[in-house]
Ligand binder design. Sequence first.
Ligand code: HEC
Length: 433
Amino acid sequence: MRRYPSIVRRGAATVAAASLGVGVYAGLTLVNSGGSAAAQTVTCDTATTPFCNSLVPLPHNWMGRVFKLNQTYPAAAPADAQPWLAFDPKTQQAQYIAAVLTYFYQGNTRPSVEDSFDPTQNTVRQWYNAPWQDFGLNGREPIHGLTRERVSKPHELDPHQASSWNNYAVGFYNAPGGVTIGKVWANHGSPNAALASMPEGTVAAKLLFTTASVTEVPYLQGAPTWNAYVTADPHNGSPKKATPRAVLPVRLLQIDVAVKDSRVANLTGWVFGTFVYGGGPGGPAGSGWTNVAPVGLMWGNDPGHTGASPLTQTWLNPAVHMPHVGFQGRLNGPVDNKASSCLSCHSTAETPAGVMIPPNGPAGAPWFRNIPSGTPFDAGRQSMDYSLQLAVGLTNFKTTGAIHAAPNHAALTALMKRVDAASARPARDGGRH
Ligand code: HEC
């Protein structure tokens, strides 16, 4: 039987929390009783401690890599190259996104695949992880800090794909983004959402890995593979707290990038792009980190587009043929919901949290506006400047506060029911809100 960390804290609700097994929701003092004879005690995610790396205990006798959240957020960003500035995102899309990928890869890809993208080993530039992505059923696993993402249903990834497969991801911010994360979270017990504006030159990048097999998704052949401590059954798209985990190989499927670029400030201020491993269905054979092809780039949501005329704010790579992209041909990634788009979903980054996935029909139009950086999706809320990790982190922080403040067992049980229902689908599927 797998044991979850229990919470060591005085007070009725906390004792009740421990009996409900809500350790994965509440990062206080965790006693990791799995494995070693001497229990390890880790205190994290409190007002006076560092942020947690992961709330999931490592597998029994694990000797491999362990994820460490890079939370040494800088006060100021050092001078750095911005190679994408040599290209116009609206007309030189392929060169632009290639320059961003090269920048992200520098110092991050290493001879050892398992050691790649470890910020502590990067001597070129620092990358930082956002806090509070450790919460709940989809929270960071302990080996690479991967969160559970949207499930890929049959045929979404490839015509050969017969089963549903779980996906997992980890995101990074460069130093300009790290400065903002550090400002918002300077007080670990009282984050300041009003400081969430990302500076020019911010780059966020996210590696998405899939449990899908090479048989069902042939273009994954040769993909860099990580070990991750995730739901043992890769087809189980709705794991519960007691669902067994195992160390599974997960393959690189998708790479997301987002760049704050003032040349598109009149639209959203952001350029979003994505890559697929091996060039997608029918793509060329290859191997290693560089065998990826851009699916496309978007710098606006093409408001008012009806699907008839060509899009003017999305570029799709004509050499890649994914089974789907986003709504009416706007950009979305292999893992993403085709009812939406990168900038659509990210335009909802606000606190209190917004609704990510548009409703069907004309009611969905607000999800395809060009909302300028700094303007919230819903009037009266605080914009998180297209950062859903900041938005999700604040929601998780507040929910954890509510768990700790629950006055009694009944209140806590009711709250946990709502939290479990909300996290039954991962955030990227729009299920959390
Ligand atoms: C339906 C919603 C949704 C769609 C569509 C979506 N994302 Fe995200 N994305 C999220 C959520 C939620 C997070 C934060 C939690 C996480 O990282 O899992 C996130 C995180 C990210 C991050 C890390 C930094 C940040 O902003 O939080 C990047 C970079 C990113 N997404 C890029 C993309 C790109 C590029 C696309 C399109 C190819 C895309 N996203 C499509 C929901 C979405």
